[in-house]
Design a protein around this ligand. Structure first.
Ligand SMILES: [Zn+2]
Length: 453
C-alpha cells in the first residue's frame, strides 16, 4: 500500500471523527479508539464509549488501522540515502572509510540524495529529522530547509590532531555567518563534531560555545574509548591513512578519558543530542562507572539517539559486550530517542523512519508498555531536537502530523509492531506545529519521489 495517495487524507478543515481499531502515543494505547479532529487539531482521543457520538462533519472508519502521531527520526544521514546497503564485513573503521569515499560530493548529487532522504522519511511517517549534513557548502542543509520537514540540520565538522584548530576556526566562522540557509520555527542549523576519534576536545568546546543545537556520535564502538584513553587502535590507523592529522611520530594527543566523561565536562547552551551510546563502559570498569555516566547524562538533560537497526547491522553488541543500555538509560532518567542512521545500514530501501526501529526493538521488549516505544519514536526525539513534544501526541491540541498504520484488527496494538506495512498520512507533517505553533502549512506527503512544495 502506498502512503497517502491524493484524496486519502482526512480534510485539514472541518470536524472529523476517526473510528479506528486502536490508537497509540507516548502515554496511552487505546483499542478500539475514537479520535476527534477539528481543523487539524486533536479534540479528543479515547475509547468510542467515552468519545460518544459528537457532532462531526464526517465519520471515517479505519477498522483495520491504528492511529498514531507522526514520528521523529533523531539521527539520520539523508545524504547517504542513495548509497544502498554497504556491508560491514571488514570492520567499522573500514566501513566508515568506504562511506567517507562514496558519499556524494557534487552539489547536484547531494541535493538529489537529500531529496530522496526526505521522500523516504515521508514514506516512513516522519515529520522531524535530526540530519547530519556533511557538506560545508550547506547544500544538504539548504535542501532540508526547503523540504518543510521539521528538525535540525547538524553541520558536521572533523578536526583532530593537526586539524583540530582548523575545525575550531571553521565552527566559529560558520556560527558568525552569514550562511545561505534560512532558519525558521521548527528548523534550525546545529553543529555536530563528528565523533571523539575525529574531533579533539576543543572542537567540542567550540561547538558548545555557539549556543546552537549540538550533536555528536558517542561511544559507538569499544575502539572509541580505547582511542580517547590511549591514542591507539584502529582509529589511529584510520587517521594515519587519511593523512595530515598525526604528529611527526605518527601519534595524536588524546584526553586519556572515556568519551562520555570527556563530553560531560562540556556544558552547551542546549543539551547535547548524542547518537548511539552502544558502549557506555569498558569491560574492566566497575558498575559505578557505568551508572555514574548515566546519572551524568540525565543531569545534563542529554538525549540519546539510539539506532537499533543500524546497531544490529554494524554488528553490535560485539562479542563479550552487553547489549545496548537503552532500558538502563530510561531507568536512570535519560531521554532515549530513536534514529535510523543512514540508509546503508537499513533493510527498508524505500522508507526511512522510526516505526521500523520500534518494530525491531519490540522483539526484545514484549514485556514493556508499548507506549514507551512510541515515546522513543516521537516525543523523545522532539525533545532532543528542541521541538514541542506535545505536538507529537494525540492529546488535545495541534498535532505535527497524524498517521494510520494497517494492523491486525484482532490484536491492533501488538499488530503495529509485528507488521511490516508502511504508515499512511492522515494529516501531513507541519513544521510550525512541530515547533509549538499552530500554523497550517502541512507538507503534502505524497508517495512520489518529488519534493514536497
Ligand atoms: Zn550517524
Amino acid at each position: 500500500m502506498n502512503p497517502l495517495e491524493p484524496g486519502d487524507s482526512i480534510p485539514a478543515r472541518g470536524r472529523i471523527l476517526l473510528r479506528a481499531a486502536a490508537s497509540i502515543d507516548a502515554s496511552r494505547a487505546i483499542a478500539p479508539a475514537a479520535v476527534l479532529v477539528e481543523d487539524g487539531r486533536i479534540v479528543a482521543t479515547d475509547s468510542p464509549q467515552v468519545v460518544g457520538t459528537p457532532r462531526a462533519d464526517r465519520i471515517i472508519d479505519l477498522p483495520s488501522e491504528i492511529v498514531c502521531p507522526a514520528m521523529v527520526n533523531a539521527h539520520a544521514h539523508l545524504d547517504l540515502t542513495r548509497l544502498g546497503p554497504i556491508a560491514c564485513d571488514a570492520g567499522f573503521d573500514a566501513w566508515l572509510d568506504t562511506i567517507r569515499t562514496r558519499r556524494p560530493t557534487e552539489a547536484d548529487d547531494i541535493t538529489e540524495a537529500v531529496r530522496a532522504g526526505i521522500a523516504a522519511s515521508l514514506r516512513g511517517g516522519v515529520a522531524a529529522v535530526g540530519d547530519i549534513s556533511g557538506d560545508r557548502d550547506l547544500v544538504a542543509a539548504s535542501t532540508f530547509a526547503e523540504s518543510g520537514l521539521a528538525g535540525t540540520a547538524f553541520i558536521e565538522f572533523f578536526g583532530i590532531g593537526r586539524r583540530e584548530m582548523a575545525a575550531v576556526s571553521a565552527i566559529r566562522r560558520f556560527d558568525a555567518g552569514p550562511n545561505p540557509v534560512r532558519e525558521a520555527p521548527g528548523f534550525r542549523l546545529g553543529i555536530q563534531p563528528h565523533a571523539p576519534y575525529s574531533c579533539g576536545p576543543s572542537v567540542y568546546a567550540a561547538a558548545a560555545a555557539t549556543a546552537r543545537p549540538v550533536s555528536t556520535h558517542l561511544a559507538e564502538t569499544p575502539a572509541e574509548a580505547g582511542f580517547t584513553k590511549t591514542g591507539t587502535g584502529p582509529f589511529l590507523d584510520l587517521l594515519q591513512r587519511i593523512g595530515g592529522i598525526t604528529d611527526d611520530t605518527g601519534a595524536v594527543a588524546v584526553s586519556g578519558r572515556h568519551p562520555i566523561d570527556q563530553l560531560l565536562e562540556i556544558t552547551p547552551a542546549r543539551p547535547w543530542l548524542v547518537a548511539h551510546l552502544n558502549y557506555p563502559s569498558e569491560p574492566d570498569e566497575d558498575a559505578n562507572a557505568r551508572s555514574g555516566r548515566f546519572e551524568g547524562l540525565a543531569r545534563a538533560g542529554i538525549t540519546v539517539a539510539f539506532c537499533p537497526r543500524a546497531s544490529r547491522f554494524l554488528g553490535h553488541p560485539l562479542p563479550g559486550h552487553p547489549g545496548h543500555p537503552w532500558r538502563s538509560l530510561l531507568e536512570a532518567g535519560v531521554e532515549v530517542a530513536l534514529g535510523t542512521d543512514g540508509m546503508p545500514c537499513l533493510d527498508t530501501p524505500d522508507r526511512l523512519g522510526t516505526l521500523d526501529e520500534i518494530r525491531l526493538l519490540h522483539e526484545d521488549a514484549r514485556d514493556l508498555d508499548p507506549t514507551t516505544l512510541l515515546r522513543m519514536a516521537t516525543t523523545a526525539g522532539a525533545t532532543g531536537l528542541g521541538l514541542d513534544p506535545a505536538a507529537f501526541t494525540l492529546a488535545p491540541g495541534p498535532i505535527a502530523g497524524l498517521l494510520a498504520i494497517e494492523t491486525d484488527a484482532t490484536r491492533p496494538i501488538e499488530g503495529l509492531f509485528e507488521g511490516r506495512t508502511p504508515p499512511r498520512w492522515l494529516l501531513g507533517p507541519d513544521r510550525g506545529i512541530a515547533a509549538g505553533g499552530s500554523s497550517f502549512h502541512r507538507v503534502a506527503a505524497s508517495s512520489s519521489d518529488t519534493m514536497p512544495p
